[in-house]
Design a protein around this ligand. Structure first.
Ligand code: UTP
Length: 303
C-alpha cells in the first residue's frame, strides 16, 4: 500500500469509527393514496407535481443535500412512473441534444444522476410500518433515514441533515416533529416528551392518531426520521393498529431511545387535495419569472 492509499484508508477507517458513513435512506411510496382518488387510481401520489417537479423529486433532492447517496424507494403496482422518472431516457436526451435544448438536457441528465436509487415492492399495502420492513435487507445493521414520499420540507439546513447530526450527537433514533393545532392531532402520530434542550425532547411515548381528549401533546411526527436497525425486530412484533395498518409509530414506541426535534423550517403535506394545491401555489410564487403573471391571475379570479 503506498503512502497516499494508506492515508485514504486511515481516513476511511476513522470515519467509520466515528460513524460518519453516509446513511442509507428509505422512501416509502407504496400507499394507495385513497384521499386523492380518482387522480391516484393509476398515477402515484408521490408523482403529483408541486409546481414544476414531482413531489418525490423534492424528497430525493433533500436526501442528496443531506449527504445521502443511497436511496431505496418502496413502491408497488402502478408506481412504475417513479422508476421511469429517475431513469435515463436515451430517446429524449438525443432529441434535446439534436434540437440544441442544452438546458433541458442538463436538467434531465441531472435527474437520473441524483443518487443511487434502488427499488423494492411492497406486495400488499399493510401500512407504513410494513413498508419500512421491506427495506430490512437493504439497510442492514446501520442506522438509516426514512423520508415520507408525500412530505416536502423547506429550511436553511435540510430537515434530514438536522436529524442525522442530532442522531450522531445523541447516538439515538431521532424524529422530526411539528406543533399542530388541536383539530389536527387525530391525523398524526403524537409524542409525549420531556424537553432536554431548546426544541429537543426525549420521547417517553408515541401515540398514533390519538383522540383530542387523549393527546399527550401537540407535537406531531412529520415524516422525517433517523432510525436504529433494531426497529425491524419491533415491526415484526407489531400488530395492526390505527386503521387496521401496521403502524411505524407503534414499532418506534418500543425503541430504547428516541429523541424528537422540533423542525426548524416548514413542511408541506401533499397527501390531500387542498394542502397539495396550496403547496403548489406557494412554490409557483417563488418562480420570479412567472410570479406576477400568477398573482394577476389570482386577483382576476377573486374579482
Ligand atoms: P399515507 O397514509 O399518507 O399514504 O402514508 P396513503 O396510504 O397512500 O394515503 P391515503 O391515506 O390512502 O390517502 C404516508 C407514506 O407512506 C407510504 C405512502 O405511499 C406515503 O408516501 N405508504 C403508506 C406505503 O408505502 N405503504 C403503505 O402500506 C402505506
Amino acid at each position: 500500500m503506498n503512502k497516499r492509499n494508506r492515508l485514504e484508508y486511515l481516513i476511511l477507517l476513522s470515519n467509520k469509527i466515528e460513524g460518519f458513513f453516509s446513511m442509507k435512506c428509505v422512501i416509502p411510496a407504496a400507499g394507495l393514496g385513497t384521499r386523492f382518488l380518482p387522480i391516484t387510481k393509476a398515477q402515484p401520489k408521490e408523482m403529483l407535481p408541486v409546481y414544476d417537479r414531482p413531489t418525490i423529486q423534492f424528497v430525493i433532492e433533500e436526501a442528496v443535500a443531506s449527504g445521502i447517496d443511497d436511496v431505496l424507494i418502496v413502491t408497488s403496482k402502478d408506481k412504475r412512473s417513479i422508476e421511469d422518472h429517475f431513469d435515463r431516457s436515451c430517446e429524449l436526451e438525443k432529441n434535446l441534444e439534436e434540437h440544441g435544448k442544452f438546458d433541458l438536457l442538463k436538467t434531465v441528465e441531472e435527474m437520473s444522476d441524483l443518487a443511487d436509487i434502488f427499488y423494492i415492492r411492497q406486495k400488499k399495502q399493510k401500512g407504513l410500518g410494513d413498508a419500512i420492513y421491506c427495506a430490512k435487507k437493504h439497510v442492514g445493521d446501520e442506522p438509516f433515514v426514512v423520508m415520507l414520499g408525500d412530505i416536502v420540507t423547506k429550511s436553511d439546513v435540510p430537515c434530514t441533515k438536522q436529524l442525522i447530526d442530532l442522531s450522531k450527537r445523541y447516538n439515538s433514533s431521532v424524529i422530526a416533529v411539528e406543533k399542530v393545532p388541536d383539530e389536527k392531532v387525530e391525523r398524526y402520530g403524537i409524542i409525549d416528551g420531556t424537553m432536554v434542550s431548546d426544541d429537543i425532547y426525549k420521547v417517553n411515548a408515541l401515540v398514533e392518531k390519538p383522540k383530542i381528549s387523549e393527546k399527550p401533546s401537540n407535537l406531531a411526527i412529520m415524516g422525517r426520521y433517523v432510525l436504529y436497525p433494531e426497529l425491524f425486530d419491533y415491526i415484526e412484533d407489531t400488530e395492526p393498529g390505527a386503521g387496521g395498518e401496521i403502524q411505524l409509530t407503534d414499532a418506534m414506541a418500543k425503541l430504547s431511545s428516541v429523541y424528537a426535534s422540533v423542525f426548524n423550517g416548514r413542511s408541506y403535506d401533499i397527501g390531500n387535495k387542498i394542502d397539495w394545491l396550496k403547496t403548489s401555489l406557494e412554490f409557483a410564487l417563488t418562480d420570479m419569472e412567472h410570479k406576477d403573471e400568477i398573482l394577476d391571475y389570482i386577483h382576476e379570479l377573486i374579482k
